[in-house]
Design a protein around this ligand. Structure first.
Ligand code: SF4
Length: 354
């Protein structure tokens, strides 16, 4: 039996059972959305949406075989492999993102893991330092990293590292076989240990069952502390990938996934990520009602389409929403709620710099 009052209080818990998560997920949608929005507003402003820009700084040719990904070298897709962008080009893109209202800039590279002690990795570290100097919160997603790489990224000023679990541990091997679920958890551990904030979520609509969406949510909930950002993606079906003909997911399943994530990880910012071009304005509005408070802006998400800034601004105006003016780290710092890990990283960063 669910204790709705306890859920509405926004208490942080890491021990939700799958049965409890399922009961939340299955609530009448009116109650579910009301609950998610109530919890969300305990920690976040009702009308602010974080706008992040995601730039592919190294595209395609990836050795992994993620079944949804057009950048995998295992599949024949329209993506043209491109080497690592120059630091100057990355910084230009970051300046444009800032001018368009983004407070967070994410750099994605299609690597199994970044080449260790390489010129390329040094180039990424340099780009991180320069983008950070623009006053943007920097996030990177570069594949699997070990403790040493995580420390180097944190020292360069990476605020958050994205590494998704994608789906439940049970369904995972239907989607990826070139690395294990445990590999993913190990990277998340290294990210935490280095003091970066964790951005970790998954993808729905990959042919998984409802139990798998619940399994993913349970796994995310068990990460202590919870990931600060939880991206929920709707599969973008790309020609040439094994999931190109996947059946359309009922959009209310996406809404339920977002709302449940907001309730069981009340302090996490849930991001409505890939798949927005397939969603109506009304469906996106439902996701915001369900507690999503972050989106990716720009007309591309790595290699897949995304609504442009203009379209987003029009939708925001219609909904009375506005871009988040300060970064989450500034907000937490001001409120004195910066996580222990992040504070620790700050001091480590200082030690490295001085
Ligand atoms: S999702 Fe990432 S790791 Fe998987 S194939 Fe695509 S680029 Fe490679």
């Amino acid at each position: 039996m669910l204790n709705l009052d306890q859920l509405a209080s926004g208490t942080v818990r890491y021990d939700y059972t799958r049965a409890e998560i399922e009961a939340i997920y299955n609530l009448p949608i009116t109650r579910l959305i009301f609950l998610a929005q109530s919890v969300h507003q305990k920690y976040f402003a009702a009308d602010e949406i974080q706008m992040s820009t995601l730039l592919s700084i190294k595209t395609g040719g990836c050795k992994e075989n993620c079944a949804y990904c057009p950048q995998s070298a295992h599949y024949k897709t329209a993506v043209n492999a491109q080497g690592l962008m120059s630091v100057a080009d990355i910084v230009e893109a970051a300046k444009a993102a800032k001018a368009n209202g983004s407070s967070r800039f994410c750099m994605g590279a299609a690597w199994r893991s970044p080449p260790k002690k390489s010129k390329q990795f040094e180039q990424v570290l340099e780009a991180v330092m320069q983008v950070r100097e623009l006053g943007l919160e920097v996030c990177t997603t570069l594949g699997m990293i070990d403790d040493e790489q995580a420390h180097e990224l944190a020292a360069a000023g990476v605020h958050a590292y994205n590494h998704n679990l994608d789906t439940s541990s049970e369904y995972y091997t239907d989607i990826i076989t070139t690395r294990t679920y445990q590999d993913r958890l190990d990277t998340l551990k290294a990210v935490r240990k280095a003091g970066m904030s964790v951005c970790c979520g998954g993808i729905v609509g990959m042919g998984e069952k409802k139990e798998d969406r619940i399994g993913l949510l349970a796994q995310l909930n068990a990460l202590a502390p919870h990931p600060e950002s939880v991206p929920i993606n709707l599969l973008v079906k790309v020609e040439g990938t094994p999931l190109q003909d996947e059946k359309e997911l009922d959009i209310f399943e996406m809404v339920r996934t977002i709302a449940t994530a907001c309730i069981i990880m009340p302090q996490s910012r849930v991001r409505l990520s890939a798949g927005r071009t397939q969603m109506s304005d009304e469906a996106q509005a439902l996701c915001f009602l369900a507690g999503a408070s972050s989106i990716f802006t720009g007309d591309k998400l790595l290699t897949t389409p995304n609504p442009g800034e203009d379209k987003d601004m029009l939708l925001f105006a219609r909904l009375g929403l506005k871009p988040l003016a300060v970064t989450d780290s500034e907000r937490r710092e001001a409120e004195g709620t910066l996580s222990f890990q992040t504070q620790k990283s700050r001091s480590q960063f200082h030690e490295v710099l001085h």
